[in-house]
Design a binder for this molecule. Structure first.
Ligand code: MF3
Ligand code: CO
Length: 251
């Protein structure tokens, strides 16, 4: 069931999203050679708790941390570790969210650790731009497929591929709600977009092929061909006045 949010609900959810965005910015700014992914996770968690919110990934289906931190050929769901130090040249995808007064925010971005290769920079830029193409297509009266197709066509026109095994999602009183928001597929299909729908749009883009595999830890998703991957995500709301990004940062 797709739940349209009222203005009152959106106000609370905006707080959850603001806190999510702040935590992402704090962790992202701390990305540098030598820091561990567990240290980044703690920075994010401390900020979320300081705002009176809860890290909403923690314990979700048993997930053990606040953030998912996925490096280079890791696509998503990398588990933070005290033994994992970032290196110069890494690209580091951080995905996290916060729950505030029963409402959820969710966002992600890929950060450069020191100087990175031109190929890695391009992958990051195209992935971020594809998120904005998807957001721009999230207009009342359109359909979910319009978002999917906007992301896919932009990514593929740039010679990169979208991951198909994982998709974006509705979000609200649960981290994952209906509908699914794939990053691929034909425009003009799927459910109709309406004001009050809140969606997490999250392209995962690979430099090589779109196939992925999962590590024996049961979480970490990697590119099958070992190529680099990037991930950007915002929580948005569809309004009669167009899509609005909710996960905007104010720290
Ligand atoms: N970040 C995922 C999403 O954007 C959810 C992570 S699930 C978790 O939908 F279990 F890893 F937290
Ligand atoms: Co998400």
């Amino acid at each position: 069931m797709i739940v349209l949010k009222t203005a009152r609900e959106l106000k609370v959810m905006k707080e959850a999203c603001r806190i999510s965005a702040g935590a992402l910015q704090i962790a992202g700014k701390a990305v540098e050679p030598g820091i561990t992914t567990a240290e980044l996770d703690k920075l994010a968690e401390d900020y979320i708790l300081s705002q009176g919110a809860k890290p909403n990934f923690k314990n979700y289906h048993g997930y053990p941390a606040t953030a998912c931190i996925s490096i280079n050929n890791e696509v998503i769901h990398g588990i933070p570790s005290r033994n994992r130090k970032l290196k110069q040249g890494d690209i580091v995808s951080i995905d996290l969210g916060a729950e505030f007064e029963g409402y959820h925010g969710d966002n992600a971005a890929t950060f450069a650790c020191g100087d990175i290769s031109p190929e890695a920079k391009r992958l990051m830029d195209i992935t971020e731009q594809s998120l904005y193409k998807g957001i721009a297509a999230a207009v009342s009266g359109g359909r979910i497929g319009d978002i999917s197709n906007a992301v896919q066509s932009f990514v593929e026109a740039n010679g990169l591929s979208v991951v198909r095994k994982f998709v974006g999602h509705g979000i609200g009183t649960a981290l994952h709600e209906a509908p699914e928001v794939p990053n691929f597929g034909p425009a003009g299909r799927g459910i109709r977009l309406m004001p009050g729908m809140t969606l997490a749009i999250e392209p995962m883009v690979n430099a090589g092929g779109s196939d992925v595999k999962i590590l024996p830890d049961g979480w970490t998703v990697l590119t099958k061909d070992g190529s680099l991957s990037a991930h950007f995500e915002h929580t948005i709301v569809i309004t009669s006045d167009g899509p609005k990004i909710m996960t905007l940062c104010e720290v």
